[in-house]
Design a protein around this ligand. Sequence first.
Ligand code: NAD
Ligand code: IPM
Ligand code: MN
Length: 363
Amino acid sequence: MKLKILVTAGDGIGPEVTNEAVAVLKDVAAAGGHKFAFDAKRIGGVAIVNDGTPLPEDTLKTALASDAVLLGAVGGNEFNSLPPDKRPEAGLLKIRAELGGFANLRPAFAFKELAVNSPLRPEIIDGADILFVRELLGGLYFGQPREWNKTTGESWNTMRYTKNEVARVARIAFKLAQGRRKKLTSVDKANVLEVSQLWRATVNEIAAEFPDVTVEHQYVDAMAMHLMNQPRNYDVVLTENLFGDILSDESAVITGSLGMLPSATIGGKVNLYEPVHGSAPDIAGKGLANPLGAILTGALILRHSAGLEAEATAIESSVRKVLELGFRTPDLARSNPQGFTVLSTTEMGAKVRETVKAALVNA
Ligand code: NAD
Ligand code: IPM
Ligand code: MN
């Protein structure tokens, strides 16, 4: 199996966590005789500083010529006063748009070993296994017009969707639900927004193509509450862009830390893989970042871009095993730190690699 992977590590903890994910992928390639070629290019704040733009041409060109793109995170406090189109985040939005993936899969499942790290009671989160399908190229992030008019003191963004944009992401979500527990919860604000009424009507239309999947609709405000009260109730959760951004970070409370969540964006020219978390300037450069979300993102590359399901599962099981053995990064050891072995980012990466290698040898 040959795979060309572009790594755009970005800012803050981006390079720290992607280094660990790449090291795991290299071990998997070596064990299976696969040829994974890695290239590295700049994006985000580091690209603004070096190239004068958050998404250099060279990065985009290489991304479009790759089989998969692994992105760390972008953003930094020094850029906070810039307008949206000049910020590191603009580079991320541009690469998403250019690669064309519109279905952002954000799995969130409860690790029983991390239950102690969650403010939710173990009996609430135990067994929770949710797949968020977040529409990634529409809604408020991309809708026109958008402006902050400093003369009039007005400002607006536009939440816009076409029926086709809703239908294509809904179809992917329904198909994924068919391979899981056959339940789809669509999230909207159809009691207030026309765009959500289009969303709901379109989801209902597509539902007719998937009679074996049970559909329900929830308003986003109630959904935020239900997710914390009864996370086990949900299987596939389909959302528009901003609602998915918010609810997927909320679901970090179920998994124990934002540093645990991976994502894969499919449906476009080249799949884009990103941990859900950001550049975490508060802990960057200190070896404190949890690399497991990035490592699990690496597993998604193997699953969705390489068809290496056994290897993807080996990474996921190894993460579980390492947690079972009591190894933690600091974000996972907020309760009972003395009961765990607290590791740095690179030490945690090494632990996972050791376990993955053993799993692949025994397979
Ligand atoms: P954040 O996700 O960077 O951090 C939120 C909190 O979670 C922080 O306390 C941080 O220390 C912690 N955290 C996040 N990832 C962690 C990890 N792997 N291990 C341990 N702790 C972790 O969100 P924020 O602070 O709101 O944003 C910081 C910057 O990141 C902003 O510029 C934002 O725009 C950007 N951002 C980028 C992405 C991305 O590139 N995909 C995603 C989200 C936020
Ligand atoms: C995410 C991030 C991004 C988003 C930002 C940094 C543009 O929060 O990937 O969840 O809102 O999509
Ligand atoms: Mn987010």
